[in-house]
Design a protein around this ligand. Sequence first.
Ligand SMILES: *Cc1c(COP(=O)(O)O)cnc(C)c1O
Length: 422
Amino acid sequence: MKRTSGGNRRSFLASLGGSMAALWPGKLLAWGGQEASGSSMNASSSRAGNIYDELGVNTIINGWGTITVIGGSLIPPEVVDAMDAASRHFVSIPELLETTGDRIAKLLKDLPPDHTTTVTSGAAGAIQCGVSGVLTGENPEFISRLPDLAGMKSEVIIQKSHHETYEYTQQILASGVKLIDVEYPDDVRRAANNRTALLYFVNYLNPAGRIKVDEWTKLSMELRLPCFNDCAADTPPLSHLTDYNKMGYDLVAFSGGKAIRGPQCAGLLIGRKDLVRAARLNSAPFTPSLGRGMKVGKEEIVGMWKAVEVYLSQDSKALTDEWWKRLEYISKQLRSVQGVSTAFYIPEIANHVPHMRIEWDPRKFSLTTDAAFNFLKSGKPSVLLQKQDDGVSLSMNSFMLRPGQERIIAARLKQMFQTHSA
Ligand SMILES: *Cc1c(COP(=O)(O)O)cnc(C)c1O
């Protein structure tokens, strides 16, 4: 068994795009979706039923990852309980946002002392209200005027290599700013002027840029401009929740509904207290504001706080071992199939968890990547893995599987290879 690091982010994204398109068209073919019988991530019997059966919506066995379009992640029972408890009382939402934000900052322990957090409507919401806040500060007049930037700064600097493939530029542009592309450090120095509001960085694209993550923050200090890092899917490791703030980033965004396993519609903005306050004022419940549509309810706010607490207290090593064990089980089951091989890897950045590539000899199987993806998707239950763009492999991870689902995946893969031998 080969364990290499450095999964191919590009092919991951390519497969994401392709599969995403496959997910949208109206009625999907036979998305059968019984859960693994007898296996349950949530032990409580009141949650054992499948509400989606009542709706006639098929559920999915997720070997793909924390993908928004299939539901992000599954919320641990302690967090669901906290959300349930939060639903029973009225509270002041501004007070709750501020208090939970500070409590989360305390949980993170080694944040810089002038930093705090706020719960947002996902990382995308954190980006939009974070950028807005940098422009408006706490000025209610400015906040009510966005995206009209009269009297405010109007430019955000980004590396061309980040801008090109990044899917969240609209959350930046919503505030009315222009994106200014740069490639080299001197481009940043030339581009910076009195209209510049922010230097923007996309963490998972660090390898693609000429200016690396630590040099970007040094430039921000040199030019006395704030800098932002989108780290949406960049835990584990847990240390990333504070690493970039300590490195000098003024604002950092994380998804709540990915590896942190909070509510899917929640996220975190972590950064300088003044900028976090300003970001908050640029989102719900505050009116009038551009971000009023990005509401997070008391249940999600409390859920996000509890999710961080649970996430930080878990045994990362035991979890990672379990994730490896699931992949190794599937690999072992496939070993008896002639012409199929598996290889293990961990993407260096973003979704930094055990992955496995499943590759087959095209002379032995009449099967393309697309056909394999669709075979697994359209079965009962529906299994989703990641497409690879070499045409003769799939890849998968195991951190979003419910216990026991690795057995179903292994059986379905074996069945697939048996019925497609050339
Ligand atoms: C998922 C993701 C987002 C959006 O996060 P949400 O929490 O779904 O809003 C933004 N940036 C990157 C890099 C992501 O992976």
